[in-house]
Design a protein around this ligand. Structure first.
Ligand SMILES: Cc1cc2nc3c(=O)[nH]c(=O)nc-3n(C[C@H](O)[C@H](O)[C@H](O)COP(=O)(O)OP(=O)(O)OC[C@H]3O[C@@H](n4cnc5c(N)ncnc54)[C@H](O)[C@@H]3O)c2cc1C
Length: 272
């Protein structure tokens, strides 16, 4: 289906982009377009103005500051895969980016677009929650930082609301992470996913597991230990009510959530 007519703006600075997003109620940021253009074609979204972020090179930067990896919102999956900063500081981000769709989508799709669309089947929302990322948002009232665990509000809804621009994502350094999913075919859409991080407490203990595709937002559980029984108990205690669809019933998703959580924690535990 063809797109309906839409105004198009290509700001040359981040400040100009925020001004443009705030100036029109119906304005939407355009990042890689891999979700937005498709939902516009399906008439599921109908913005009045597209504010194209692709000229804003500063939003593509990947840097390390002390123990924190700083990922520009416009960094593509392909950039994340090739980044030595990511490899050294939080390699799971490259590992999971490699699982997303195909090379065409990875060349265009961005980390900012992935989290801002918050499709529950996307790979990066649960990963960002598990690793304890923080989202830096610039809006008409200035800049604020929101923990990933509070960023995801509903399907296609996040703390980056109308007029806001996600500028970067801050990720603490760490290596004991893993991601496991049951997908529709290899490297494809997740039916259920789990991202796990071990050693999140200051003393090197602590387990965080974020489950994807079982609710509108990633569900964070914090088992008492990395033991299988503790992980299963934590997932059960979350009282999941996953959706049923053509790919999996609610009961089957609930079962898979335990399976992928155990696998992810076990894999993360084996890493140093
Ligand atoms: C065939 C296909 C298969 C796919 N498979 C997967 C998959 O297996 N796993 C997966 O995770 N994803 C998958 N995707 C989705 C893909 O990863 C998209 O790239 C991603 O969801 C959106 O990123 P984008 O940069 O293209 O954002 P866009 O489509 O440009 O934008 C998405 C939304 O985010 C908003 N937005 C974007 N950037 C910002 C910002 N900086 N600040 C505020 N709002 C912003 C936009 O306004 C829009 O509402 C697939 C896509 C396709 C086409």
């Amino acid at each position: 289906m063809l797109l309906r007519e839409v105004e198009y703006a290509r700001p040359s600075s981040v400040e100009e982009a925020v001004r443009m997003l705030g100036a029109h109620d119906g304005a939407r940021a355009l990042a890689g377009g891999q979700t937005l253009v498709n939902v516009m074609k399906a008439r599921a979204a109908s913005p009045d103005v597209l504010v194209d972020l692709n000229r804003l090179e500063e939003l593509r930067a990947i840097t390390v500051s002390g123990d924190t990896l700083e990922l520009g919102a416009m960094a593509t999956y392909t950039q994340l895969l090739a980044s030595s900063e990511v490899e050294v500081t939080r390699p799971i981000i490259a590992e999971v980016s490699a699982l997303i769709a195909d090379v065409q989508v990875r060349n265009r799709g961005t980390i900012g677009g992935n989290v801002c669309s918050n499709d529950p089947t996307n790979h990066l929302p649960p990963l960002m929650v598990a690793v304890g990322a923080e989202m830096v948002i610039l809006g008409p009232d200035g800049e604020r930082t929101v923990p990933a665990a509070d960023f995801f509000l509903g399907v296609y809804m996040t703390a980056a609301g109308p007029g806001d621009l996600l500028t970067k994502i801050l990720v603490p350094a760490g290596r004991r992470d893993a991601f496991e999913a049951i997908t529709l075919g290899a490297d494809s859409t997740c039916i259920v996913s789990a991202a796990a991080s071990i050693g999140v407490a200051a003393d090197g203990t602590g387990v965080r597991v974020a489950l994807g595709c079982v609710d509108a937002v990633p569900i964070l559980v914090t088992p008492d230990s990395a033991d299988e029984a503790a992980v299963r108990a934590a997932v059960q205690a979350a009282g999941l009510e996953p959706p049923s669809d053509v790919h999996a019933s609610s009961d089957y998703r609930r079962h898979l959530a335990e399976v992928v959580a155990v696998r992810a924690v076990q894999k993360a535990s084996e890493r140093s």
